[in-house]
Design a protein around this ligand. Structure first.
Ligand code: ADP
Ligand code: MG
Length: 316
């Protein structure tokens, strides 16, 4: 069963002085299956928010169409299947308590009586917001409020959650907590999540698949490791040696030294797809002997991969 379908989705904005229209999104096609967690990535201005707004019916496409769980975007049937969170826009009434907000939003979505009580209780526990229910929305920190925003978006048990930059502005603790509760919700309800975030650690923590767009067009659709391509098997190794005269290990068949300019810190790169890690580690420890103070191994981050990909991109 497909949860989200985008068919040739296109959105143009008129330009002043009758210049050619500007394509914010151009012929975008993708399908997302039930239960998938997908990141929607791209540099600023790529067309992510415009796409999300078309999927949920806030914007009407110039051409093309989209569906949410088999229902045309923007229809009441689609809206009942859809939860929506924008990190930069609140749907809560700031002067009302969180409970009053959830109560009101439930009624808007025809969730009433015992069902409403149960749903609020269940989400309150899952998202750990029990101690905020009596607080007015305006008194919460951004991290606390975002958890309440997501609860509000899930009150009617949507099958699909579209989340546009949900972690924007959150500190690292609030961000981790938010990811953790989103993950538990997704696993419990086996729902579909489409997430945009400029924070690629969100994406690495939550998603298996990503759709990359730029200039409104799809550039990649597949696994995160596929996006990393050749870099997926590359590991960076950093050594701290106590001996400033220690030479870099120069076994280029095994490991590539990277000059760092710091006599105590030596950096290397290795390709784990072709050389076993154990072999490298034992050679390194033999080379450094007792001068070895610290050894760290890093994967190449998605941040670096996308940074390199978009570095030469023309900025509008
Ligand atoms: P993203 O969310 O990927 O950063 P957006 O979807 O917000 O990008 O924007 C895509 C492009 O469309 C940008 O170049 C933006 O300036 C332009 N755009 C967005 N909304 C409007 C609008 N209402 N009128 C004209 N141009 C717009
Ligand atoms: Mg955006």
């Amino acid at each position: 069963m497909k949860s989200i379908i985008a068919k040739d989705l296109t959105k143009t904005y008129p330009k002043p002085k009758k210049e050619e229209a500007f394509y914010a999104v151009k012929n975008l096609n993708f399908d997302i299956h039930e239960g998938e967690v997908v990141a929607f990535l791209g540099p600023n201005g790529a067309g992510k928010s415009t796409t999300i707004k078309m999927l949920c019916g806030i914007l009407t496409p110039t051409s093309g169409s989209s569906e949410i769980v088999g229902k045309k975007s923007g229809t009441k049937e689609a809206n009942l299947k859809l939860g929506l969170v924008f990190g930069t826009r609140s749907q809560l009434y700031m002067h009302m308590t969180i409970y009053e907000n959830l109560d009101l939003i439930s009624e808007i979505y025809y969730v009433t009586g015992e069902e409403k009580k149960k749903r609020i209780q269940y989400l309150t526990e899952l998202f750990q917001i029990g101690h905020h229910l009596k607080s007015r929305a305006r008194t919460l920190s951004l991290g606390e409020r975002m958890r309440c925003e997501i609860v509000a978006a899930l009150i009617h048990k949507p099958r699909v959650l579209l989340a546009d930059e949900p972690t924007i502005g959150l500190d690292v603790v609030a961000k981790n907590k938010l990811r953790e509760v989103i993950k538990s919700w997704q696993i419990e309800e086996k729902a579909t999540l489409l997430l945009t975030s400029h924070d690629l650690s969100d994406v690495e923590a939550l998603c298996h698949r990503c759709i990359l767009i730029d200039h409104g067009q799809k550039q990649y659709d597949g696994t995160l490791s596929g996006l990393k391509g050749n870099l997926a098997g590359v590991r960076r190794i950093q050594i701290i040696t106590a001996d400033k005269d220690k030479s870099l290990m120069n076994d280029v068949t095994l490991i590539k030294p990277i000059q760092t300019g710091n006599e105590y810190i030596h950096k290397y790169e290795m390709d784990t797809q072709h050389i076993p890690m154990a072999e490298t580690i034992s050679k390194l420890s033999r080379h450094y002997g007792e001068s070895l103070q610290d050894l760290q191994i890093f994967e190449v981050s998605l941040e670096e991969v996308l940074g390199a990909r978009f570095a030469k991109r023309e900025i509008k």
